[in-house]
Design a protein around this ligand. Structure first.
Ligand code: SF4
Ligand code: SF4
Length: 442
């Protein structure tokens, strides 16, 4: 017993340390982005987080999928309360330490079991939907390969963990009923009691072996899952909360100005307004970053856009509402988020390997083409649909800005509009002296 406790303690500490290291790595990557202060309208931010992240208000727009997602989410979070007891029992060699709660403990264990069945069934439905129903949003080009496997790994792991939890309870209670030392009768078992007959014909030693197997499988599975999160789209179960808190509260269609350009224009219009101070270069990963117009790479995006990328659940609700995608254009807002995350991970790994950033000759534009960028109508249907308030349009606009302002690259249809703005102060091909003619009666 002492050996098992010590082994469990070592594994627990190792898993927590590894998770903390992964979190630090993700936070370092997010902080490669440009600083942006977001701490206004705090009450509204808490309300939005309670509604959208905790209450999952945007999920229920599609009621069946929304209900099942809530079931998995609530079930998984609440059942993990049970993990607290398992951890204490594992460390101190106790058994069902929470049993002193009496009737409340019965209620807790009973509801955990019912929720476990709910999670299990919802996962089976989701797997069936992905594998058999061929919903188009799950089979877009960006979902080929790892993203699709990742979703399946998560669902199968959840089924395995819930199954182990129920079988652990069943074997535990068989041992308790036989009066085996260390096992106490406590809790109520509305679901696992149905599994008990399967184990009741076995010898004490065999049931004990099964019980230990399910115990270790369940807890090690949870610790492994914890460390899988930062590499998976499932990371959103943690990041959805800060991501929604920091989300844009202004009207979605508001396009942010570049304060320095605004300052330059004001100074040009009114010579009494001094031109803005040149921006101080930022040190990022051992390198001095000069100010850019728009975004060439992840360093030029706000940290919030990078948090968005890590929070994306890859659900594809944005893409399924995107008019550009629906009309056969190359653009998929989900792909924009996935590409941003992939590029950020690539940059992060290169920094880890070399201790500082060295230009690798690639950028966000190596993954996201101009055709995708210019297909966006900025309608914001994607931001409206996103269940965790992600803003793909912000990234698209910054990347377009870079193309136009630093590379003078644009679409032919826009070139004459830009020339007109420059020459005539308006998008049309008429000088200011002709303006009154527009209003003349024809
Ligand atoms: S804003 Fe752009 S990316 Fe988003 S839905 Fe509209 S067209 Fe698609
Ligand atoms: S951006 Fe939002 S809606 Fe689009 S795939 Fe990611 S989580 Fe889903």
């Amino acid at each position: 017993m002492i050996v098992a406790q010590a082994l469990f303690g070592v594994l627990l500490i190792a898993a927590i340390a590894l998770f903390a290291r992964n979190i630090r790595r993700v936070m370092r990557n997010i902080n490669l982005g440009k600083p942006e202060i977001i701490n206004d309208r705090k009450a509204e931010r808490w309300r939005t987080m309670a509604l959208v992240a905790l209450g999952q208000s945007k999920m229920v727009v599609r009621p069946v999928a929304g209900f099942m997602h809530i079931l998995i989410y609530v079930g998984f979070v609440i059942i993990n309360l049970e993990v607290l007891e398992i951890v204490i029992d594992g460390l101190f060699g106790t058994h069902r330490i929470g049993a002193f709660l009496g009737g409340f403990y019965d209620l807790l264990i009973g509801s955990f079991e019912i929720l476990a069945v709910g999670v299990l069934l919802a996962c089976v439905v989701f797997i069936t939907r992905r594998a058999l129903l061929q919903l188009s949003r799950f089979h877009k080009p960006e979902m080929k390969g790892w993203p699709s496997k990742d979703a399946m790994i998560i669902l199968v792991t959840e089924i395995a963990l819930m199954g182990a939890f129920l079988k652990l309870n069943a074997t535990d209670q068989v041992l308790a009923q036989r009066g085996i030392e260390h096992y106490t009768t406590a809790g109520s078992y509305p679901v696992s009691s149905m599994l008990q007959p399967f184990f009741s014909g076995m010898s004490d030693g065999t049931v004990l072996a099964f019980e230990r197997f399910f115990w270790w499988f369940h807890i090690l599975g949870i610790l492994a899952f914890l460390n899988y999160l930062p590499y998976s789209k499932h990371f959103h179960i943690i990041l959805a909360f800060p991501n929604v808190w920091y989300s844009k509260l202004e009207p979605r269609t508001l396009v942010s100005n570049m304060p320095r350009i605004t300052g330059e224009v004001k100074s040009m219009i009114d010579p009494s307004v001094p031109p803005p101070e040149p921006a101080t270069p930022r040190m990022v990963a051992g390198v001095e970053m000069t100010e850019r117009f728009g975004a060439k790479d992840v360093f030029d995006l706000s940290w919030k856009s990078l948090l968005d990328a890590y929070s994306c659940t890859e659900c594809g609700r944005c893409t399924s509402e995107c008019p550009a995608n629906l009309t056969g254009k190359l653009l998929s807002p989900r792909k924009i988020m996935m590409d941003t995350r992939d590029r950020l991970e690539e940059v992060g790994k290169a920094i880890d390997a070399k201790g500082k950033w060295e230009d690798d000759g690639k950028s966000l534009h190596s993954r996201i083409s101009e055709e995708e960028l210019w297909a966006c109508t900025t309608c914001n249907a994607c931001t409206q649909a996103c269940p965790v308030n992600i803003d793909p349009v912000g990234i698209i606009m910054e990347m377009r800005r870079y193309k136009v302002m630093e590379e003078s690259s644009t679409r032919p249809a826009l070139t004459s509009m830009f020339n007109n703005v420059e020459n005539n102060g308006a998008p049309w091909a008429f000088g200011p002296d002709k303006r009154m003619e527009w209003t003349a009666e024809g």
